[in-house]
Design a protein around this ligand. Structure first.
Ligand code: GDP
Ligand code: MN
Length: 376
């Protein structure tokens, strides 16, 4: 899960990593107030989940509170790379002497949280990695040892940071690592980490992604998702505990097991159709979960047909069939539907479907071809 820069900075502050003074605003008047409080030139930053806001016009400097209000007025409600700006962060503008890069990411190749430090900050780090990988000092963290002071210093030396700021940079890195652990992040990136003309080290930018599988441990952070990021139907699916991903086609897909659902999406595609969603009812689903899932699919805009593909193992075909029949009446589903059921209690399932006039396809391929034909 992604969180906004201002939220990431709050987390950093709570763990002793320095950030510029400032707050988030949702109206031009609030921006004016914050800038007045700060009493300095300010930077106004669009809080949207896109990279490269600077180049896209989402980062602007205002020399006084009135300028801050004008900038916020123009920015709020505007479109930044396809997203509407609803909040701006108003911070004291920095007198930038140097821009570094600091990151901690879960490196799945080495199965460790890995720290990266580079003196080449403020630019795309992937670009640095491609152009001159030696400019990024890296260290996979041993979870038994954590990140020791001497390792942090070594990283800063290896990255050739200005020696005068190494102590402050290490202090920042320590806070960043504490924050990373505390929120179960899988990415925390400070680009740029700024050294000011006064020699202070502070996070000009901050990006933290939280491991979705750990969100249950952080209900407050999980709540933040409600107000931003996710698609409305995906959020509803999350509330219902259903694995659902919105896609942009017109054929609703329901299956059991992520692998089978993905294979079903492929089949629909190769039959010339376009799936509207991924939906996995999981193992051992009962009729009410099937009903609930079909309800979600029907909420997806533009659905012209539904393909249910179930391989019964612990999932019983008769339960699924029951759920489908209930859904058809309760949700008055009028779009064409193709069902392929195989495995446990297959005969019972087919019987239930046949009684209600729903035809079961013999194979996944046949079912995919049929739904594509029916929705055309
Ligand atoms: P991004 O473009 O979305 O990554 O947003 P950043 O917060 O990283 O800002 C982009 C660039 O704006 C930075 O790399 C800085 O070089 C520049 N910048 C200039 N003045 C300031 C300032 O006072 N604060 C911040 N955050 N960035 C500034
Ligand atoms: Mn940045």
């Amino acid at each position: 899960m992604k969180i906004h820069e201002y939220q990431a900075k709050e987390i950093l502050r709570a763990h002793g990593a320095m950030t510029p003074r400032g707050r988030v605003a949702t109206t031009p008047d609030e921006a004016f107030e914050i800038a007045t409080e700060l009493g300095t030139a300010v930077v106004i930053k669009a809080q949207v989940h896109v990279g490269g806001r600077g180049k896209a016009g989402g980062i602007k400097v205002g020399h006084d509170a009135r300028a801050a209000r004008d900038i916020a007025e123009a920015m709020l409600g505007s479109d930044l790379k396809g997203l509407i700006v609803e909040k701006v962060l108003v911070e004291e503008a920095l007198d930038i002497a140097q821009e570094y890069y600091l990151g901690i990411v879960l490196d799945r190749n080495v199965r460790r949280h890995t720290v990266m430090v580079s003196a080449e900050g403020g630019v795309d780090i992937e670009e640095v990695a491609a152009r001159s990988a030696e400019k990024i000092a890296k260290l996979p963290i041993d979870p038994r040892m954590g990140l020791a002071e001497f390792q942090m210093r070594q990283l800063c030396y290896d990255a050739a940071l200005d020696r005068r700021v190494i102590t402050s940079a290490c202090k920042f890195l320590h806070g960043l690592y504490q924050a990373y652990l505390a929120v179960d992040a899988n990415l925390a990136e400070i680009n740029p980490l700024v050294v000011t003309a006064g020699g202070e080290v502070t996070a000009a930018d901050a990006k933290i992604n939280i491991d979705d599988s750990a969100l249950y441990r952080h209900p407050k952070i999980a709540d933040l998702a409600e107000e931003s990021e996710a698609d409305e139907i995906e959020m509803e699916a999350h509330r219902r505990g259903i694995q659902y991903v919105r896609l942009d086609g017109d054929i609703g897909v329901l299956g059991n097991g992520a692998g089978l659902v993905m294979a079903t999406l492929d089949e629909v595609k190769s039959a010339g159709g376009a799936p509207a969603n991924f939906l996995d009812i999981g193992g051992g689903a009962r009729a009410d979960l099937v009903l609930n899932s079909l309800d979600l699919i029907m909420m997806t805009p533009g659905v012209e047909g539904i393909f249910c593909n179930v391989f019964g193992g612990i999932t019983r075909c008769d339960e699924v069939a029951q759920g489908i029949i209930e859904a058809r009446t309760k949700l008055s589903i009028s779009v064409p539907m193709v069902v392929r059921l195989t495995g446990t209690n297959e005969q019972d399932g087919r019987h239930i479907l046949a009684e209600a006039g729903v035809v079961a396809a013999e194979s996944m391929q046949e079912g995919a071809a049929k739904i594509v034909e029916l929705t055309r």
